[in-house]
Design a binder for this molecule. Sequence first.
Ligand SMILES: C[S@@+](CC[C@H](N)C(=O)[O-])C[C@H]1O[C@@H](n2cnc3c(N)ncnc32)[C@H](O)[C@@H]1O
Length: 364
Amino acid sequence: MQSNNLTEAYPMVGGNDAYSYAQNSTYQRGVVDAAKELISEAIADKLDLKILGFDDTLKPFKIADLGCSVGPNTLLAVQNIIEAIELKFQRTTNLHQKPSALEFQVFLNDHSDNDFNTLFKSLPHARKYFAAGVPGSFHSRLFPRSSIHFVHTSYALHWLSKVPKEIVDPCSPAWNKGSIQCSESNIEVVRAYSTQYKNDMESFLNARAEELVPGGLMVLILAAVVPDGIPLSNSYVGVFNNILGSCFNDLAKMGVISEEKVDSFNLPTYNATPKELEAIIRTNGNFTIEKMEKLSQPRRRITANEYASGIRAGIDGLIKKHFGDEFVDEIFNYFTTKVEENYSIIEEKIRNVSNLFISLKRFA
Ligand SMILES: C[S@@+](CC[C@H](N)C(=O)[O-])C[C@H]1O[C@@H](n2cnc3c(N)ncnc32)[C@H](O)[C@@H]1O
């Protein structure tokens, strides 16, 4: 089994207060809503209950949500998946005729620093499943071999297991001075980030290939992919990261944070293109791609303030760890002002953002 302690972990803000992920993830909730129909279709059309051994046998149906965080989104996603599976059973087997014949076990996974206590307290009382928390990195094995029937992960796979070390090394040609992201002006930086992403995705796919039963399904919802053929700088992620990076540069010029701290800060995230993802999955070779398409946009518009709070709920821990607790409020206050100033650009990019839905089947 692979070790689970090499990953850098920056869980979302826990609890339920004003800065928490639970209170600041309505955009991601809209993505879960937008994926509901596609998940139902994947289950109706691609889940073969016979191959999974459910034709006449009663056993728990096991579902995992990876990178679940805290708050209503994971619970909503699980509910959508269970409803679709129940429908599938009703239509294709006799098992549903026995009351509560079908039992579900749901594994909620995130880094061990995730606020599982708040998550557990928010589980619905009248739920139709047995729930368990599974701490650890999804870049490694989390479950016994051939034990899971359906894997779901939403808005989590853009997190890398670590920042590639070359990009913070002043002696390396990949030193990423002056940028906090996969800056396309330096090919060595691009190579370092994309190699890290490929390695992480390969680890993710290999681990899931062992854990999923043959014929099991996996739904990946990828946040803000960079559309094929569009430069990063013109995509939503590129524009957003530049605004965030400019905040650090401004605060360093004002003497609030040190230039050295700014130079050594890089986001441990990478937003791939659909082509890159497809190539990684095909090279891995453990899954068939059943569907890969852009998700429709969440309908609800968010204000500049909601947007800034949502970003804080996602990266507060990361900023604190690098710059120190004492700077975090000033950094985010400045960031909020910048977001307000640039909101028309950000909003236009969010409106056209490409979230990607991929359904995969483990080779039977
Ligand atoms: C933006 S949140 C998404 C939460 C939820 N899935 C949703 O759609 O609202 C991303 C989550 O992925 C988790 N995450 C990132 N890398 C991870 C890893 N290697 N293993 C497990 N969880 C990870 C983070 O801790 C975070 O809780």
